[in-house]
Design a protein around this ligand. Structure first.
Ligand code: GSH
Length: 209
């Protein structure tokens, strides 16, 4: 199996963290090219034009980070990263989704609508120009503020995002906060529980995956 990757990008990193936590060793294929764009031969192979993508030995392709994680969790159940029973799986899913929608998407709204290198690339996965919309960057900033506070409240009562077990929800939340930092947006000072968790997760070997 091959994982198509862009090492610097946040979504592939959450899958690499997941792999590192599970000790899964895959062939990693770097497909970033010139000008912070994906290589043309990769886009021809995978017209969704996004990473990560998992390619099975027979050539079948799985896109979307969580679809890749779910597939790999079935093949390699230990250690469980999606929950150990029906309730835990629901809770992990709930918090992972919040981390993605409210953290990752918000950080993406800010970055993609402000970064000079992403002019005309306001959304990933499009061959035609997508103009930046400054108002979306503003909304992304506000949304990140809500995300930090919501996760701070959750982490006041739990060691990890979805409870006492480290899970894929931690990977998504961690990579979202790293992504927000690309736009110089950090954890607010009063979010002490989130900060404690961020340092804790940052000390895990998977944080350097
Ligand atoms: N929902 C997708 C999002 C994937 C995505 O946005 N990937 C970005 C990198 S983080 C990408 O491929 N960007 C290509 C580009 O900007 O041209 C997932 O979870 O995998």
């Amino acid at each position: 199996m091959k994982l198509y990757d862009w090492h610097a990008a946040p979504n592939p990193k959450r899958v690499r963290m997941f792999l590192a936590e599970k000790g899964i060793d895959l062939d990693i294929v770097e497909v970033s090219g010139e000008g912070l764009r994906l290589r043309k031969d990769y886009i021809e192979k995978f017209p969704q034009a996004m990473v990560p993508m998992l390619e099975l030995p027979d050539g079948r392709q799985i896109g979307e980070s969580m679809a890749i994680c779910r597939y790999l969790e079935e093949l390699h159940p230990a250690p469980p990263m999606l929950g150990r029973n029906a309730y835990e799986r629901a809770v992990v899913d709930m918090w992972e989704r919040r981390a993605f929608d409210e953290g990752m998407m918000a950080a993406g709204e800010v970055f993609r609508n402000t970064a000079e290198a992403f002019r005309e690339r306001g959304l990933p996965g499009f061959a035609t120009p997508v103009p930046q919309i400054p108002a979306l960057a503003e909304r992304g900033r506000e949304r990140l503020g809500h995300f930090f506070r919501k996760f701070d409240r959750q982490l006041a009562g739990h060691r990890y995002v979805a409870g006492d077990q480290f899970s894929v929800a931690d990977c998504t939340a961690f990579c979202s906060i790293e992504f927000a930092a690309w736009s110089d947006i950090g954890i607010p000072e009063d979010c002490t529980h989130l900060d404690r968790w961020y340092k804790d997760v940052g000390a895990r070997p998977s944080a350097r995956a």
